[in-house]
Design a protein around this ligand. Structure first.
Ligand code: IVH
Length: 673
């Protein structure tokens, strides 16, 4: 067999193995065998660039190249569903349908309401050509490159007579609980903000600019609506079953019923059973099955008359409070944590829940042994929402009293005026604060020393190797390479990572210091305004208030931080190790406030600079690069081939379109604005 035929065969086989694994959950070959076939395909494709196929199974790994999303108009608007919350409203819907159909018999397709974000997929000649988010229902973002990395979405369909030449299929992109929890564990470890729920995680991921990130995050998709001019069946349910045979993942819970009672049974069953599903659901969707009947029922302005959503109540459980423990964060903030008897909540076992702060505990009059209601609504961290006072008996333990001293270092806690949280003021010696500051220092958005992680830092801290961030630059190989040098390789990596961090730009060094209230953006603004650590150290509060986005709270916090001799010493040591203490030449040379307050959309292909360079230019001149055109857009920086829908929208909103040359002139000479 020649190499080209082999490529085609491998592609076919890999598509099928993909489907068996991700859609049917019935793999036929081992992961190793799959990887071997994939590697073979990748090697052959590399040798035959002329055979490139955007829908090849090898394209599922995504790319790190940044891309902008083009706005695309939906061929048919994406409507939403009217919600119901109880059986009476469901029965009203059923009766309305029955009346609307003038007594004709009808069937209802019952489906899970998946809690992710909706997606519209376009197929032409058996190939995925476009994937678009719902957007505002009329137009959405073209996220095709990202969607291709979702393994359960077929890129190429089998050859079958019943597949229309062109069709649209809609469904929900989701992040399964398992991926969601793993992702948040990872983010917690690198101090990145956690996603509140799988829906936010899925939507954040799908809108990521790097499809390689999407590929790593393991999204899934369930399809629930087939549309087109020549779809195979007059029954919605039959269409779904066919789509399943074409390789799409359909909710296996889907049932066709013909009475109100059967609908109730479906609701009752899944109301509890949904907790065992691998993905989040927030209700049930009921659809009239016959497409002819759907047509005759029609739509209101917002939603079809032939379908409705029944929403589950937020999930709540009761369990018993056994103990309250307290966590100390990097800033010294104390979080009270309820430790409870384990309880099943939305598919996971919950043992701990947040209690927020002292006032909250008081308000509940919380006692050890109380029966508490735990909720995992939208949030990832479960919370206690109430106490069942009627369930109290003689076994009730003592009332929960907020601690007065730090559980880690014993310092007396303080509570600042106007704040709900308690703090441990011993920032110079309290171990979790010291450790937390080093973890923040190395985190991705700060110094990005990714050869080190929180566990390693904790170990070095225990062994007395590091107590503050500057100690990192004093680590010797013999301290970390193991007694017999068995960790030599990882020691080299770690030392190299630490060395490389000396090139991290000043603004991130400033962020890395972990000054209270100085986040990424404040650090950037301060760095650009003052240009050096020295200038910032000597700045007064009034000086700082001149900076865009800096208010009293941040200015005060920065001043206090620099007044502390220990912090001054830290900065001097970091300086002596060669960290960047001022803006680089390049950043200094082209920087102004010329575009301050301007929201600028970049679109099209450019001749003089790359898109990324324009983005950097905009930021260096104080402007903001935004993704989508809206009424708030100041102007569009347009290159060649600006997307037609963007152009149309800009014109409709009367937003100025600026050419590349005009823009370059503008940053030289801002009076033209
Ligand atoms: S059908 C015209 N079916 O719920 C019918 N939607 O408010 C349009 N959803 O935007 C949708 N599971 O994102 C349908 N089985 C299901 C669904 C479902 C989740 C979402 C979808 C839609 C929203 C409706």
């Amino acid at each position: 067999m020649d190499e080209i035929s082999r490529i085609n065969l491998l592609r076919q086989q890999l598509h099928e193995h993909n489907r068996r694994y991700y859609v049917l959950n019935q793999p036929e070959i081992s992961d190793q065998e799959f990887d071997a076939l994939m590697r073979e395909l990748q090697e052959l494709e590399a040798r035959h660039p002329e055979c490139f196929d955007p829908n090849s199974p090898s394209q599922r790994v995504g790319s790190d190249l940044n891309h902008e999303f083009q706005q695309v108009q939906h061929r048919r608007p994406m409507l939403s569903l009217a919600n119901t919350y109880n059986k009476e409203e469901v029965s009203d819907f059923y009766n309305r349908v029955s009346e609307g159909l003038q007594g004709q018999p009808f069937k209802i397709c019952c489906e899970m309401k998946f809690d992710g974000l909706s997606i519209s997929l376009w197929y032409e000649h058996g190939r995925l050509v476009r994937a678009v988010t719902r957007g505002d229902g009329v137009q959405g973002d073209d996220v095709t490159e990202n969607v291709k990395t979702i393994r359960s979405i077929p890129l190429v369909l089998p050859h079958r007579d019943d597949i229309p030449e062109e069709f649209e299929i809609r469904g929900e992109v989701l992040m399964p609980w398992e991926s969601f929890e793993a992702l948040n564990r990872e983010r917690a470890a690198s101090e990145e903000p956690l996603f509140a729920n799988p829906r936010n995680a899925a939507s954040g991921t799908l809108k990521s600019k790097s499809s390689a990130v999407v590929a790593r995050r393991r999204l899934d998709a369930y399809l629930y609506y087939l549309l087109g001019n020549d779809i195979p069946s007059e029954s919605h349910y039959q269409n779904l079953l066919l789509a399943q045979q074409w390789g799409f993942k359909i909710g296996p819970q889907t049932r066709l019923v013909s009475s109100l009672q059967e609908i109730y049974d479906f609701i009752d069953y899944w109301d509890t059973e949904r907790r065992n599903l691998p993905v989040a659901t927030d209700g049930i969707v009921l659809k009239v099955d016959s497409i002819a009947q759907q047509r005759s029922l029609g739509m209101t302005a917002k939603s079809p008359r032939w379908a409705i959503a029944y929403k589950f109540l937020a999930e709540k459980q009761t369990t018993i409070l056994r103990e309250v423990t307290y966590q100390v964060g990097r800033t010294g903030a104390i979080t009270p944590v309820a430790n409870m008897d384990p309880v099943q909540l939305s598919g996971t076992v919950v043992r701990r829940a947040t209690l927020n702060n002292e006032d909250f505990i008081r308000r509940l009059d919380l006692h050890i042994g109380d029966h508490v209601f735990v909720e995992k609504g939208g949030e990832i961290i479960p919370k206690i929402v109430d106490v069942d006072l009627d369930a109290r008996d003689q076994n009730l333990g003592p009332r929960v009293e907020f601690i007065t001293h730090c559980p880690e270092c014993g310092a007396k806690l303080v509570r600042y005026e106007g704040e709900a949280a308690h703090y441990c003021p011993n920032d110079a010696n309290c171990p979790p604060q010291l450790c937390g500051r080093i973890e923040h220092f190395i985190s991705r958005k700060a110094m990005n020393i990714d050869s080190l992680g929180p566990e390693t830092i904790a170990e070095y801290f225990r062994r007395g190797i590091v107590r503050d961030p500057a100690d990192l630059y004093e680590i010797r190989r013999d301290q970390i390479s193991g007694a017999r040098g068995q960790r030599d390789k990882s020691a080299s990596r770690i030392l190299q990572g630490i060395q490389e961090s000396k090139n991290v730009p000043f603004e991130r060094v400033l962020f890395a210091l972990g000054i209270r209230f100085v986040g990424e953006i404040a650090a950037k603004s301060l760095a650009r305004y003052f240009k050096s650590m020295d200038a910032l150290m000597h700045a007064s509060i009034d000086d700082m208030l001149q900076v865009n986005g800096i208010g009293q709270v941040i200015a005060q916090s920065v001043t206090t931080w620099f007044q502390n001799p220990q912090n001054q010493w830290l900065v001097e040591r970091l300086r002596s190790y060669g960290l960047q203490m001022e803006l680089s030449e390049q950043e200094l040379s082209v920087h102004s406030d010329r575009l301050a307050g301007q929201n600028i959309v970049i679109s099209g292909v450019f001749a003089h600079h790359s898109r990324d360079e324009y983005k950097a230019l905009i930021e260096r001149h104080g402007g903001k690069n935004v993704g989508n055109i809206s009424a708030k857009t100041s102007f569009v920086l347009a290159g060649e081939n600006m997307g037609p829908s963007k152009l149309e929208k800009a014109q409709r909103l009367g937003i100025r379109i600026m050419s590349e040359d005009e823009f370059l002139q503008l940053i030289e000479n801002p009076t033209q604005l």
